[in-house]
Design a binder for this molecule. Structure first.
Ligand SMILES: Cc1cc2nc3c(=O)[nH]c(=O)nc-3n(C[C@H](O)[C@H](O)[C@H](O)COP(=O)(O)OP(=O)(O)OC[C@H]3O[C@@H](n4cnc5c(N)ncnc54)[C@H](O)[C@@H]3O)c2cc1C
Length: 307
């Protein structure tokens, strides 16, 4: 970035610009080279200022949440990574309707487990399935995150996005979601930040909601690898089958490339055993895709996003 543009960037946000910032600390894989800069947009005015700057100065950018579905290249990112600050982490509870329905509005940077816990305390059912998904609301919308047969799209009512043109609220009925993706996002890619999501939840006994959350948390604890960097399920499940079953059937559990390994516990988890590079994970990914294709004829499609 031109030194004058660097100076300009540092005046748009209230916090510090982290120059040449290693991104491994911002992903659950603990992998990733440096971004030219990393900034936090504390509020809408700062975010709007950043989008305007990126457009005028033709600077590449990307907003990330908790980086739990990301593989960042070892070469890093020649642009600015944007994080969402405090104003984007709020949760607002609407007034309960006579039929027990309540709107809950959460900022794009709000953590999913925190959201699920807050709803649990208020006795609101519908978001239990996100308990233990380590991402943010914004990331979950982009990914149409889901678990145990439920997904974000089924509880979402409206989305607020910020683009260069300003703020827009989009109704769920006008949005097109698929398995682990928001289809419309590809049209908006690189231009849109999810700043808020409204969910419709149902009043329930807080104790019953708490029980369901703990049961799902326990299921997660026993089925997923602990203590190693990963990005959750690496591949999407192909129609009518499971990626984990196919990888296991190909005898790939435990296979390693450099510091990257296919988990012994869950074959659809590629884990960082320590010191894995992005290149290690890519090579392991290709190895899995080739072997599974050879054995079953099925092409596995990554769920993880790449930067
Ligand atoms: C241990 C573990 C378990 C997991 N379990 C599940 C599971 O059960 N189900 C499931 O669906 N996923 C699961 N995941 C994957 C991941 O947590 C989800 O996909 C989550 O929704 C990603 O959120 P994030 O904030 O980390 O997004 P990131 O990984 O930071 O980003 C994902 C994508 O969204 C974009 N993005 C993020 N925030 C915004 C925003 N506000 N506006 C615009 N674009 C944005 C990023 O640029 C990127 O392209 C798991 C991951 C881990 C590590």
């Amino acid at each position: 970035m031109h030194p004058l543009f660097r100076e300009e960037l540092s005046h748009i946000i209230s916090g510090q610009v982290e120059w040449n910032c290693p991104l491994s600390g911002y992903t659950s894989f603990a992998i990733g080279g440096p971004a030219e800069a990393l900034v936090t947009a504390e509020n809408k005015a700062e975010l709007a200022g950043l989008l305007d700057f990126f457009s005028r100065r033709q600077v590449a950018w990307r907003v990330i949440g908790k980086g739990t579905n990301l593989l960042i290249r070892d070469e890093g990112f020649a642009g600015v990574i944007v994080l969402l600050g405090l104003e984007f982490q709020q949760i607002d509870f609407g007034i309960q309707q006579e039929d027990g329905r309540t709107r809950v509005s959460a900022g794009g940077g709000c953590g999913l487990t925190r959201l699920a816990m807050s709803c649990m305390e208020k006795g609101l059912a519908g978001l239990e399935f996100v308990t233990g998904i380590p991402g943010t609301v914004g990331g979950a919308v982009i990914m149409n995150a889901g678990a145990w047969g439920s997904e974000i799209a089924s509880v979402l009512k409206a989305l607020t996005v910020l683009t260069l043109e300003g703020e827009r609220t989009l109704q769920r009925r006008d949005l097109d979601f698929g398995y682990r993706c928001w289809h419309d996002f590809h049209k908006l890619y690189g231009r849109t930040v999810v700043i808020n999501a409204d969910f419709e939840l149902i009043a329930d006994d807080p104790e019953a909601v708490r029980r369901r959350c703990s049961q799902l948390q326990e299921k997660r604890r026993t089925s997923q690898p602990k203590g190693k960097g990963n990005a959750g399920s690496f591949f999407k499940n192909p129609e009518g089958d499971s990626a984990g079953r196919l990888i296991e059937a190909s005898g790939l559990k435990g296979r390693q490339v450099g510091g990257a390994m296919i988990s012994e516990q869950h074959a659809n988890f590629l884990v960082n055993r320590g010191g894995a590079t992005s290149a290690d994970v890519f090579s392991l990914m290709r190895l899995v895709q080739e072997k599974v294709k050879e054995d079953s004829g099925i092409e596995l499609d990554p769920e993880v996003h790449f930067i």
